[in-house]
Design a protein around this ligand. Structure first.
Ligand SMILES: *Cc1c(COP(=O)(O)O)cnc(C)c1O
Length: 419
């Protein structure tokens, strides 16, 4: 791609360029990885997720697979809705001001999610970092430049959470310079609150691992005038979770865009109180001397995230649920009569709420470890990924599969068990 730094130079060259190189400069004819002209035009972003999109993976020597595991970041999450891909392609042809776009998109997202305000972030993780940054700095841009150094600045420096809610993602909070304080009971929580307490953080997916429930958490925050934040990263479906926690009174709500919503994998939402969202944006691009500058979201993904959300809430979730159940049933039927195998379909009550097929086997009948089984599926054609869940046990979900892939999975899983 040609890049000009000098305007006059650039205009001069523009006049000399033929149509093709102009298109190329405008980014309309990307030439990725030395693809031929014909292969290239086929690789233009398209709304259909057809196998031809795999050419670039082939070119790179990167394995693609049927995802029968779920929305895992290391497996690149989910496939974007065709409408999202189309919105990304369309929005890539014009400039706009980043802040103006976040303002306008944020207003729409806030309406959908019953929040006062919202902003598109680069995932749930950065939503948490930026939301907490906003709590710490308030409306003072100079404070935003001081993060993650809190000592001697007058900013608060502690986040309280329940011990059972502590997971690796809490690093998103530590990134601001804050210390994590873990408590178990309501009494411990009230004792831990002091003038340094910035935030009370709640992790929905682990809400059964703490004694203080959502409503109580919110009311404790209100009582002590400390903002509350909830991480609901992987907690749609149900779709109502998009507004439930805003309605409940959490000051900040963070969710991933690239899981069940099938938006861009590196997008997410920070929703919440108007003053806090405005404050969080002081630590976001385009502002440069901030901890959030590296968490930039491009205009295409901002728009893609909005379209993903807007479409997601309008989907026929009952129909989709039935589709998932049918796909899982096809896979279960395909394998459950194999000697030594047990199957069970469960729906997790928290996080990744989707019909999940658990297959376990008797190692004296089927002499394979979980890893050997996964490796055989992986090595097949097409390659398939499932999740290992302990000794001689795997989980299969159907929510990020494409229609029809369940038949391939049923067949391959059966073949691997029978070998
Ligand atoms: C996936 C996940 C995150 C991180 O979300 P990203 O959108 O990938 O940044 C945070 N918290 C929990 C509980 C998650 O499951």
């Amino acid at each position: 791609m040609l890049i000009f730094t000098d305007q006059i130079h650039s205009r001069f060259h523009f006049l000399l360029m033929n149509r093709r190189s102009i298109l190329k400069t405008l980014g309309l004819l990307p030439l990725p990885f030395g693809l031929s002209q014909s292969a290239m035009s086929e690789n233009m972003p398209s709304s259909d997720q057809t196998p031809k999109n795999k050419d670039i993976f082939k070119e790179l020597g990167v394995r693609t697979f049927i995802n029968a595991a779920g929305t895992y970041t290391f497996m690149t999450g989910s496939l974007m809705q065709p409408e999202v891909v189309e919105a990304i392609r369309e929005s890539s042809t014009a400039f706009c001001l980043l802040d103006e776009l976040q303002d306008k998109v944020g207003e729409r997202i806030a309406v959908i999610t019953h929040a006062e305000s919202a902003v598109v972030t680069s995932g749930c993780f950065s939503a948490m970092t930026l939301g907490l940054a906003g709590v710490l700095t308030g409306s003072d841009p100079k404070k935003a430049e001081m993060l993650p150094h809190l000592e001697g600045t007058g900013m608060k420096s502690e986040v309280i959470m329940q011990k059972g809610h502590f997971v690796g993602y809490a690093q998103a909070l530590s990134n601001t310079g804050c210390k994590i304080i873990q408590v178990e009971t309501r009494e411990e929580l009230e004792k831990a609150i002091n003038e340094k307490t910035a935030l009370l953080w709640f992790l929905h997916v682990q809400s059964d691992k703490g004694v203080i429930n959502h409503e109580e958490w919110v009311s404790l925050g209100q009582k002590h005038q400390i903002p509350t934040m909830i991480d609901i990263a992987a907690d749609v479906p149900p779709v109502s979770n998009l507004w439930k926690f805003n309605d409940m009174g959490f000051d900040l709500v963070c969710i991933s865009g690239g899981k069940a919503m099938k938006g861009p994998q590196s997008a997410g939402l920070l929703m919440g109180k108007k003053n806090l969202i405005a404050a969080a944006r002081l630590s976001m691009a385009p502002r440069g001397s901030t901890i959030g500058r590296g968490m930039k979201v491009n205009k295409e993904e901002i728009i893609g995230m909005y379209v993903a959300l807007d479409n997601y809430v309008k989907m026929d979730h009952n129909r989709i649920w039935k589709e998932w159940e049918q796909r899982i049933a096809v896979i279960e039927q395909g394998v459950k009569t194999i000697p030594g195998i047990k199957t069970e379909v469960r729906v997790p009550s928290l996080g990744n709420v989707t019909p999940t097929l658990r297959i376990t086997w008797d190692p004296s009948v089927i002499k394979m470890t979980t890893e050997e089984f996964r490796e055989k599926l992986r090595a097949g054609n097409p390659s398939i990924e499932v999740m290992g869940t302990g000794d001689y046990a795997v989980n299969i979900t159907a929510w990020v599969m494409k229609a029809g892939e369940e038949k391939i999975v049923a067949k391959r899983v059966g073949e691997v068990f029978r070998t």
